[in-house]
Design a protein around this ligand. Structure first.
Ligand SMILES: [Zn+2]
Length: 118
């Protein structure tokens, strides 16, 4: 281990890391640097507020279609409809839609639409 190896505790995130080299300027914290990169990555950002309306429209369509499912699909329709209205209530409460909520609604809508064919 080289002599100039320092154990540093990050003041921002309390992450502990070692650094070999000069202590000035303050060596970057690898965890903070990674967090900063992730925050700048559009894939990790929450969808825009506009998605709230689209998500609620999807939920409404799911509930409508689920109610029109044939007898064989009525159980599936009930569970999907329940799930969709739960997610919709959550989106309304927070007035925001996460990527996973949006994806769930998207998948459920595709699921009920499959019952009606093309
Ligand atoms: Zn840090």
């Amino acid at each position: 281990m080289p002599e100039n190896r320092w154990a540093i505790t990050c003041k921002t995130c309390s992450h502990r890391y070692t650094w070999s080299g000069a202590l000035s300027p303050t060596p970057p914290c690898p965890k903070c640097a990674a967090d900063k990169l992730a925050a700048a990555d559009p894939r990790t950002q929450e969808p825009a507020a506009a998605d709230v309306k689209e998500a609620l429209d999807m939920a409404a369509e799911i509930e409508e279609l689920a109610g029109e499912l044939p007898e064989a699909g009525s159980e599936f329709g009930e569970s999907v409809s329940e799930k969709a209205s739960e997610i919709a209530a959550n989106i309304r409460t927070h007035n925001r839609c996460t990527e996973s909520q949006f994806e769930a609604l998207d998948n459920m809508l595709a699921g009920v639409q499959r019952w009606f064919g093309d």
